[in-house]
Design a protein around this ligand. Structure first.
Ligand code: SAM
Length: 288
């Protein structure tokens, strides 16, 4: 298939909206961290961004669509032979099972497939080799990752991004810059990682805390944990019981996590713990 046909028959299932703007490709390259670390690109597509990345860095690219993989292996034969580009065909999430996408420190730079963008960013935050994340995603999602406490977009994703480092929106991109144009406005998000933290119990706590985002934080927590323990923790941390989840600083969630981890969480949600205890009870009951 030739390039124009690939663009025309873009596969919606894989979130294929190809960036066809030299201006924005240049802007992305300009926003990259100024060092010589390897770059990982997820979804090179037709290779327009890849071409510029390969000029500057050693690149490893993951593409799920077999048609695009064939196209890329021909279009980039030289850089592949020279070892400047390593092309991995297949679903990037399946390559991520071992904890890291690369065996050395790298920057993630990509125009992400929007249907799995949040999942990819969360994995990159937990990947110890990933040093920074520069990705084009849906503007609303970028706003969630980069929101400051008190803003209405501040949510569990903002807390996780702030836990890893600093997140900001570099610029917005209108749908007309893509072929075919997506239905939403896009934005380029940059997360400069300062640390890698991966804790199931912290994520579980955030899911509970932001479960009903417009309700009071204490109420949300009481849906999962004993009321008296939560009241005591709020008192101990001198937290206003009327705070909503988006009004509470990231550092407070870490305090809460330390408190809950000790008292209740210990790596699993209380409901799961109850269910497990009930199953154990049934198993240990003698058969009639
Ligand atoms: N980088 C290209 C550009 O800027 O024009 C294409 C970006 S397009 C928004 C997303 C790309 O991700 C597509 O090429 C799509 O096939 C690829 N993709 C979708 N799901 C993927 C997955 N699970 N693993 C790897 N690549 C994926």
């Amino acid at each position: 298939m030739i390039e124009s046909d690939l663009a025309q028959f873009a596969n919606k299932r894989y979130g294929q909206n190809f960036l066809k703007s030299d201006y924005y490709i240049h802007q992305i390259i300009q926003a990259m961290p100024d060092d010589d670390l390897k770059v990982v690109e997820i979804g090179p597509g037709l290779g327009d961004l890849t071409k510029e990345l390969v000029r500057a860095r050693s690149v490893m690219a993951f593409e799920v669509d077999k048609r695009l993989c064939e196209h890329l292996s021909i279009a980039f034969r030289q850089p592949i032979e020279k070892g400047e580009l390593k092309l991995q065909c297949g679903d990037v999430l399946e390559h991520w099972v071992a904890g890291s996408l690369a065996d050395e420190p790298y920057h993630l730079v990509a125009n992400l497939p929007y249907y799995i963008a949040t999942n990819i960013i969360l994995r990159a935050l937990k990947d110890p080799n990933c040093q920074s994340i520069l990705v084009m995603i849906q503007k609303e999602v970028a706003e969630k990752f980069s929101a400051a406490v008190g803003e209405k977009e501040f949510c569990a994703l903002s807390v996780l991004a702030q836990t890893a480092g600093k997140a900001s929106i570099c610029f917005e991109v209108e749908p007309e810059a893509f072929v075919p144009p997506p239905k939403v406005t896009s934005a380029v998000l940059f997360i400069e990682k300062e640390r890698t933290q991966s804790s199931e119990s912290f994520e579980a706590l955030l899911r509970i805390a932001f479960g009903q985002p417009r309700k009071k934080l204490a109420k949300n927590l009481m849906s999962a944990f004993p009321k008296d323990k939560i009241e005591k923790i709020f008192e101990r941390l001198d937290l206003d019981p009327n705070l909503r989840p988006h009004e509470t600083e990231t550092s407070f969630y870490h305090h809460l996590h330390n408190e809950f981890k000790k008292d209740i969480l210990d790596g699993e949600q209380p409901k799961q713990r109850k269910e497990r205890a009930a199953t154990r009870g049934q198993q240990s009951r003698p058969a009639k």
